[in-house]
Design a protein around this ligand. Structure first.
Ligand SMILES: [Zn+2]
Length: 297
């Protein structure tokens, strides 16, 4: 089971979040049948979104949306306070040749565009608050740098963001995935910041340690080096979508009586695919007839 931790260091002036997301990204790849480069992009976005969501109090849901002019066109990832995450891309099968260094050309499939963060809170206590929406232009397209740029520009939190997805040829295609975010809060000491920057610049790539069994705690150590940290929370995280057959039924019945009658007469049923998780719900003639019987308007 994938895990996420968050904690603090240097007397609370540094915040740390880290997660292993190998199973989550494998599940996303299985559901959306993404090409290798899209798998890397979606995996980084899902991991970054989970990490960002874990740093916020009173959060119900955090959505990261990348709208871009590259072939993938769009990536959406959504995480909640319980460690559930789901996500999808607009064009799952597009691909580009690898870069000269052999790495996936994630920036190439994304191109330029906008990076949005939407935070929703208050639902669980019965309040409706206007969602908070922050946005920045895409500066890199490699995703980790875009999360860092968003945090620095939109939330004024200088941050180091490391996200990595390592793929393999055989199922489940994802060999290792995870990420770390280190945030410098107001009052963070220059010496500490320099130490962290230096440690990160000399650290091995995170997927190379995750594939050897590193935990979320090990990832924090990799980024902080000799600096002590305290873990405030550790939780299990998973790819999880809140769609269901019941929701599919209510969505189709909301199309109206005429539409449902037409589906019954012409198609003898209906099919609904959840955009977030690609689950297909099939309603047969009986299900549609039941809707018409109930909704005598
Ligand atoms: Zn779904």
């Amino acid at each position: 089971m994938d895990k996420l931790i968050h904690g603090t260091a240097a007397g609370g002036t540094v915040r740390v979040m880290a997660a292993i997301t190998t199973d989550i990204v494998a599940e996303a790849v299985r559901r959306h049948q993404t090409s290798p480069t899209v798998s890397a992009a979606l995996g980084r976005a899902l991991t970054g979104t989970l990490l960002l969501a874990s740093s916020l109090k009173e959060l119900d849901r955090l959505t990261v949306k990348i709208e871009a002019d590259g072939v993938v066109e769009g990536i959406t990832a959504e995480a909640d306070a319980d460690g559930k995450v789901r996500g999808y891309v607009k064009n799952p099968h597009v691909e580009l040749p690898p870069k000269d260094n052999g790495k996936f050309d994630v920036a190439g499939i994304i191109g330029t565009g906008m990076f949005y963060v939407i935070r929703e809170s208050g639902y669980d206590i019965g309040l409706y608050r206007e969602p908070y929406v922050g946005s920045v232009p895409i500066v890199s397209g490699e995703i980790a740098e875009d999360f860092a740029y968003y945090l620095a520009k939109s939330e004024q939190i200088p941050s180091a963001v490391l996200l990595g997805v390592l793929l393999q040829k055989q199922k489940p295609f994802v060999r290792a995935s995870g990420g770390v975010i280190i945030q410098m809060m107001p009052g963070a000491n220059e010496h500490i910041i320099t130490m962290i920057e230096d440690t990160i610049s000399h650290a091995p790539h995170i997927t190379s340690v995750i594939k050897r069994g590193a935990t979320a705690r090990d990832l924090v150590k990799l980024a902080l080096g000799a600096i002590d940290f305290e873990i405030l929370e550790e939780k299990e995280i998973a790819f999880d979508c809140n769609c269901s057959f019941k929701r599919a039924v209510s969505l189709i019945s909301s199309l109206g009586r005429d539409e449902v009658a037409a589906m019954l007469a012409e198609d003898k049923g209906a099919k609904m695919t959840c955009g977030f998780c690609n689950e297909i719900y099939t309603l047969d003639e009986g299900d549609l007839q039941k809707m018409l019987d109930v909704e005598k308007v």
